[in-house]
Write a new protein. Sequence first.
Length: 306
Amino acid sequence: MGVGAFSSSLRGSRLVSSKWRSLVPPTSGYPGKVRRGLRRPLGGYSVKLFHLVLHKSKEDILKRKKLATASFPTGPERRIVKRSEDFALLSFDNGVLYNNVFSKGDIQNAFQQVFLDGNQFGWEWDWPENTGPLVKAYPEVILGRSPWSKAGYGSQLPCALEKVQYVLDFDFTTEAEGSWSESFDFWITNKADPEAKDITCNLCIWTRRHQLEGAYRGNHETVKIGGRTYEAIVETPADQPAKTWKTLFVIDTEPRCQGSLELQPFMEILTERGLAKPDHFLATAELGNEVAYGKGRTIVQKFKLR
């Protein structure tokens, strides 16, 4: 399923806002051919007639695709790139997109892809409900150096926790149905060029969720971090033996998809709680969707450290 096909499958649903529809890239441009049935004049086509024919062809195709004229691609500045292979990495000017399907197993009837579309980027998915309630994928954008893959972007991360002064600016929109969540993910490691075995801690910040509950175990509490209130769970390997690292999982009590996140207060609470050491490294800053089943699409306008 392509981007256009996905948009068509949800068109008419309340989930597809007019803002979202205006962002959906068409799957192809108009062919720019003179339509059949037009007879060539003896003197050849005039420039005016030729452009009229091209414009009419474009209008006809737009009507068939039910797309607004404003969303039709024009000019070389519009760049559309898509990657749907499992675990595909797509590097670009603002980060690395990762088509993460970490628990897909032998499921064959699912679709997921990451894409660039001009100055915006994102991902979309379609996982059948009969694949079950467990989270199977986390399509995402990554800043820094991932311990899970070869994804790497920029020079700001990894950074020692005691030196982190960054603010994360973000602006994104998710429209989806089924079982899913939005979250920021931060991996803490004991090496600046990390592998999975070097992970010491994971900070996960949930913003919005739908029919999905966290599988985190441990002590529950309410905490204030950077002036915001979060419901928090501190999890250790004793709570979740399958993990060798500690986790701070927090749920934003006032979910938002636009704004800024000061990272220093989060690094401080990690060290204060003994979840990480000051000389450990913040390896990545990530934004993605945990997906169990259903279909959805996330468009990111901004995801940047400063």
